[in-house]
Design a protein. Structure first.
Length: 250
């Protein structure tokens, strides 16, 4: 039996985008609870453009992390499809999906998840080493990415010797080093002060964005809402607002 919470959330109509980087259709997600299950995403449709910073916002429990996890191929939906740059990712076998993620998706989290015994350059190189690139070459590319994020001079330090903002820049370098087509960020500025948070968002725009790449950022951080190109707001597992700015009253 499905537990359907009563909700007044009204979904916005789908804005169909030609040559969308990401196309989400009919996504439903249910989790088992007790003898039944609870539906937390309700037939979500969305298209995401490349070359834009798209924010996914909404109150705690509205479904943002579930949604981004499904878009990034780390959680299977109950129903529906996700196309990432033309690939229907849930039509892939498990092994193909793992490889697709390694090749095409970069992740940035609130907790930077840096390996404490590796230097900044080594941390930035991790996805390349995982993909079999020789260590020296991988580290050189890690260093180049740190330079793009203006922390080349910190390349030989360990994470604990860096500030929160610097650690987040190392984490962004790691997310971008293998030139993924899709970059997903879950609360990337939540642990940072206002100025470092804005700087991180500016850097995501300068370094992560290109016409060939989509960047989706889950955030509650209203200090950075003005930096979005597009804001999708979720409420009770539905997209209830789609625009350049937040609706009035937020
Ligand atoms: N594994 C699970 N089993 C049962 N319910 C779950 C599970 N994961 C998430 N949920 C529920 O799904 C809903 C959406 O959760 P989700 O984490 O996607 O929300 P969110 O908007 O990211 O919240 P937050 O901002 O607090 O991270 C919540 O009601 C949550 O309790």
């Amino acid at each position: 039996m499905s537990q359907q919470a009563l909700s007044t959330a009204q979904p916005v109509p789908l804005q169909v985008i030609e040559n969308a980087a990401i196309s989400v259709r009919g996504i439903v997600k249910e989790f088992p609870v007790g003898d039944g299950f609870i539906r937390v995403l309700h037939e979500i449709d969305a298209d995401i453009r490349p070359g834009e910073l798209t924010y996914l916002v909404g109150e705690s429990g509205s479904g943002k992390t579930t949604m981004i996890s499904i878009i990034a191929g780390i959680m299977y939906p109950t129903e529906g499809s996700v196309r990432v740059f033309g690939t229907d990712i849930y039509d892939l076998s498990d092994n193909q999906l793992v490889q697709f993620r390694l090749d095409n998706i970069g992740f940035v989290f609130q907790q930077y998840n840096l390996l404490p015994t590796l230097t900044a350059a080594e941390n930035a190189a991790v996805p390349l080493i995982a993909a079999g690139v020789p260590r020296a070459e991988a580290e050189d590319r890690g260093r180049e990415m740190l330079e793009k994020l203006n922390i080349g001079d910190q390349a030989d330090k360990l994470p604990r010797q860096l500030s929160g903002g610097q650690q987040q820049r190392v984490a962004i370098s790691r997310a971008l080093v293998h030139e993924p087509k899709l970059v997903v960020c879950d609360e990337p500025t939540a642990a940072l002060d206002a100025m470092s948070g804005r700087r991180v968002m500016d850097l995501l725009r300068e370094v992560a964005l290109s016409e060939e790449r989509a960047v989706i950022i889950v955030t509650h951080d209203n200090r950075v809402f003005d930096l979005a190109d597009r804001i999708l707001q979720m409420e009770d597992g539905r997209i209830t607002h789609d625009g350049k700015e937040m609706p009035d009253g937020h």
